[in-house]
Structures are given as C-alpha cells and as structure tokens.
Ligand binder design. Structure first.
Ligand SMILES: Cc1cc2nc3c(=O)[nH]c(=O)nc-3n(C[C@H](O)[C@H](O)[C@H](O)COP(=O)(O)O)c2cc1C
Length: 208
C-alpha cells in the first residue's frame, strides 16, 4: 500500500489553508462591492425621484430646491425637512421629505410637493421595502397610483374620504394589499395638516 509521508500531508494542509483564505477574501470583497453598489443605486434613485418632482413645476422656480431646507416638526414624525421652490413671487411650493412608519414592511419614504395654495403638486415614494407584486404599486415605476394625489388638498376630498376605499375613502387600494396604500394616504393627509399649521414657517418668504 502506498505510504503518504508527513511532508506531503503538511503541503496539502497549507494549500487548503491558502485556498480558504483566498475564498474568504473574495467573499469579503464581493460583499463590500455589493454594499457600496446598493447604496449608490439607492442614492441615484432618490436623485431621480427628486428630478421627477421638479418637472411638475412650471418655469420660474429656481429648480435647485434641495440646496436649502426649512426644518419643522411633524407631531407624529418629529423634525422634518422641507425644500422651498422659489419663483418670482417668493416661495411657490415646498417639497416635504417625510415617511410612513406603518408600511407592510416598515418605513416608506416619500417626497410630497405642496403648492402655496396648499394643494398637492405631486408625491413620489423614494424608498420602500413593500412586497413586489403586492404593495409596490406605490412606486411610480410600477404604476401611476401615486399620481392620484396631484391636485388634492384638505378640502378636496374632505376628511372622511381621505382614506382607501376599503375604509370608506376615495383612494384605491391594491388587489390583496391595503396596508401599504393606507399608510401612504395617511402620511400625505398628515403632511397637508402639518403644512397648513406651519404655513408661516414654510412659505415665509412669499411676497404678497
Ligand atoms: C408574504 C406577504 C406579503 C404581503 N405584503 C404586503 C404588502 O407589501 N402590502 C400590503 O398592503 N399588504 C401585503 N400583504 C397583505 C396584508 O397582509 C393584508 O392582508 C392586506 O394588506 C389587506 O389588509 P387589510 O385586511 O387591512 O385590508 C402581504 C401578505 C403576505 C402574506
């Protein structure tokens, strides 16, 4: 029977160790690359959503609202930021950076553009974890559901209708998914209430 001498055994062991270390390093590198790329993709997507919101505004705004922010406090969410869009007559609209904490899978981040007359210019969800095929129709890339808020205000519709149809309101829910749209509708309504209460802070540069 062939004998394996101890030097061959040691050599085999050291090769195995080297291969394990290399495999570990490659795994770490791949994980780091994936993490960096993921963060970059999210940042790019947020930028894209900001740009989409800006397209809703007519010429005459400064078109770079994200360089300057106004801080205010939402009773349910704490400190929030709003970005003013300034035109020849002062602040024409603000884009409120806010979120719902009660999405099906947690936090849903969104930008809500509110005009000086306290009507909604547009809403975009910028980040969410809702289930693909169920709750992700809040994403403008998946459906135009989010555009149903455009033109709405605290009076249009009045309060009892500011909910999903299943709760007696006028906003569509999705097939098999009510939790997600319910959270978004509530956040948009809350934001209109808070913007109304903080009108003087948000639109303070508005000229008569
Ligand atoms: C695996 C799984 C994922 C789900 N994801 C969502 C979701 O992202 N958004 C949502 O509104 N409902 C989701 N649902 C359905 C909700 O559990 C719920 O049944 C639905 O939203 C209706 O809510 P309602 O009873 O309050 O009307 C999911 C259900 C399952 C089993």
């Amino acid at each position: 029977m062939a004998q394996i001498d101890s030097s061959q055994f040691r050599l085999g062991n050291s090769h195995a160790l080297t291969l394990t270390v290399i495999a570990l390093l490659i795994s770490l590198l791949l994980a780091a690359t994936k993490w960096v790329t993921h963060e970059q993709i999210i940042a790019n997507e947020q930028l894209r959503q900001q740009q989409l919101l800006l397209q809703l505004f007519p010429d005459g705004t400064d078109n770079n609202p994200f360089s300057h922010s106004i801080e205010f406090t939402d009773p349910a969410r704490g400190p929030l930021k709003a970005y003013p869009l300034t035109g020849p007559d002062g602040i024409q609209a603000v884009i409120v950076d806010t979120y719902a904490n009660d999405g099906y899978n947690g936090r849903i981040e969104m930008l809500i553009a509110i005009k000086k007359d306290l009507s909604i210019a547009g809403v975009r969800v910028t980040r969410h974890l809702e289930t693909p095929g169920l709750g992700d129709d809040i994403d403008h890339r998946k459906s135009d559901w989010i555009t149903t808020f455009t033109g709405k205000s605290l009076e249009r519709p009045s309060l009892p209708m500011w909910s999903v149809r299943k709760d007696g309101g006028e906003f569509d829910q999705f097939t098999g998914a009510t939790v997600t749209p319910r959270a978004v509708v509530k956040t948009v309504h809350d934001t209109l209430v808070t913007a109304t209460e903080h009108f003087d802070i948000l639109f303070k540069d508005t000229k008569p």
